[in-house]
Design a protein around this ligand. Structure first.
Ligand code: FAD
Length: 481
């Protein structure tokens, strides 16, 4: 009987998994996950993502063992581990889902080369995106650099229905497997600093089942409010599917298909459902841009930004990271990130604009911080979004569009509920001053039990001055180009 090693990567699910289905159809299957810390170089999984990976693997292990199989866990260099596993299991094929990170294609080539002469069949399968990079092109056959026409063209292509979980004959030989706990992926309290992941268990349900709960809960009702509600950070009107998508616990076509079904059962919600799918489309677009420009995580898409006069004041960066800038909506966002491993999209845009434009700190610093702190940290969406905000991206917000953190707070957190949740020291301030506490009269501050400079910082930069500074900095590269 033929045996196939199925190498799980960012596709930690058993349904709609073309590689697993193909492997199951040819004989027995050895499911494997290799924790290779070297593979991604500088972009090894951040702390928050490591927590999610642990939980997600626990869930996949449980699903496979409920079907009488066993997930083999190994740590080390992917090629060496695959070589040993192939010998130990006698597998004559290795199947995996294609991944699109800059380091994935070289790894896939290495796997091919390694097993070429051993008559081991190597196959890769789609499953991570709705549309493979290079499959949605302009009329002249080039990649789109602007989202709207990209998504219009993508929508003209059919999306296949998701596939069921196959019946798998698991390989029964006893192959050594690591104990997941030994990988120490979960953070711990250290030197009096509490464990930052405390409480995440109550907020998230990593794994395939959790992903489907998140999707069905969202489509059940919140999606009706998505179009306008998605910008209100104090409300739960978005899907929170991003970490599930990042680890492939759900495929985008499962989301696509469930959303189409929902349009049939609730036709009055078609517009917000399409808006939601367009955001899933942004994920596709980011991957397509990454495919076009592999250096996107480290270099500006628009070349003239290479000469941008960043300030990179480390005290400013640290105040931003700790949520101590003196701008409540920015600080609330940075604290939400720290406490939950997540930040609402509107607030991500506000904090990113503040870092790159008010503080003139390079977007790479923000990208790195997000990489470590976000449960959904994704190489394409993170780089693409940071460059979008900073103005250097392909389809970017123009640099001169500088978010006013006070006005943004007043517009999207009009009652101040979000700020009150994450900056409790401001919670007693009346709504009029919640986004600009420094404007509050002394008596108002006193009755809100708030002493500025002690309980909460004064703004680290003045909004108007910082805005002019950003425009001056931008003029430098505009003149040069
Ligand atoms: P929903 O609104 O429910 O959207 C559904 C799905 O669409 C999301 O799960 C996500 O996969 C995708 N999506 C939504 N918005 C975007 C977007 N703007 N770009 C790309 N995909 C999108 N998203 C990540 O998944 N990983 C990141 O590392 C990441 N970094 C970001 C950094 C910055 C500075 C900014 C401004 C945005 C970033 N985003 C990132 C995009 C976006 O903020 C999140 O995808 C979204 O907040 C996830 O919440 P949700 O699942 O409730 O989204």
């Amino acid at each position: 009987m033929s045996t196939t090693l199925v190498l799980f990567r960012q596709d930690l699910r058993l349904h709609d998994h073309p590689a697993l289905i193909a492997a199951a159809s040819r004989g027995s299957v050895v499911p494997v996950f290799i924790y290779d810390e070297e593979q991604a170089g500088d972009w090894h999984l951040g702390g928050a993502s490591q927590w999610w990976l642990h939980e997600s693997l626990k869930s996949l292990e449980a699903s496979i063992s409920a079907l009488s199989g066993r997930l083999v866990l190994r740590r080390g260099n992917t090629i060496s581990v695959l070589r040993s596993l192939q010998q130990e299991s006698g597998a004559d094929a290795i199947y995996f889902s294609r991944q699109y990170q800059p380091w994935s294609a070289p790894l896939e080539t290495l796997i091919n080369n390694e097993f070429h002469d051993l008559s081991v069949s190597i196959k890769r399968f789609p499953g991570t995106l709705l549309h493979e990079p290079g499959s949605v092109l302009t009329g002249s056959g080039t990649a789109f650099k602007v989202f709207t026409p990209f998504w219009r063209a993508a929508n003209k292509q059919a999306v296949a229905l998701p596939l069921s979980r196959p019946d798998v004959v698991w390989h029964t030989h006893k192959l050594a497997s690591d104990d997941l706990a030994d990988w120490q992926l979960q953070p711990e309290a250290q030197d009096g600093v509490p464990n930052w992941a405390d409480g995440w268990q109550d907020l998230w349900q990593p794994g395939e089942e959790g992903a489907h709960h998140a999707l069905s809960d969202f489509l059940e009702a919140p999606v009706a409010h998505y179009a306008e509600g998605r910008d209100v950070p104090s409300k739960r009107y978005t899907s929170r599917l991003s970490p599930h998508l990042k680890f492939g616990e759900i495929s985008p076509r499962q989301i696509w298909s469930a959303a189409q079904q929902r349009k049939l059962s609730a036709p009055q919600w078609s517009a917000p459902i399409d808006k939601f799918l367009a955001e899933v489309g942004w994920r596709e677009f980011c991957y397509q841009l990454l495919d076009l420009f592999n250096d996107m995580p480290a270099k500006p898409f628009k070349e003239q930004f290479a000469g941008f006069p960043w300030g990179n004041d480390s005290k400013h960066l640290s105040a931003w990271q700790r949520g101590q800038t003196g701008y409540p909506i920015v600080d609330a966002g940075m604290r939400e990130l720290w406490h939950t491993g997540f930040m609402h999209n509107r607030v991500r845009m506000i904090v990113a604009s503040f870092l790159t434009k008010h503080l003139l700190v390079h977007w790479i610093e923000g990208e790195r911080w997000f990489w470590d702190c976000l449960l959904d940290a994704d190489i394409a969406s993170n780089a693409c979004s940071w460059q979008w905000v900073a103005g250097s991206g392909a389809d970017a917000s123009p640099y001169f569009r500088i978010f006013n953190p006070i006005a943004q707070g007043q517009k999207f957190d009009s009652e101040g509920a979000y700020v009150r949740q994450w900056c409790p020291e401001l919670s007693k301030l009346p709504k009029k001053y919640i986004h600009e506490p420094w404007e509050a009269p002394q008596m108002t501050l006193a009755s809100a039990d708030l002493e500025l400079g002690t309980d909460y910082p004064f703004p680290i930069v003045d909004h108007k001055t910082a805005r002019l500074g950003a425009l001056d900095a931008y003029a430098v590269i505009k003149q040069a180009s």
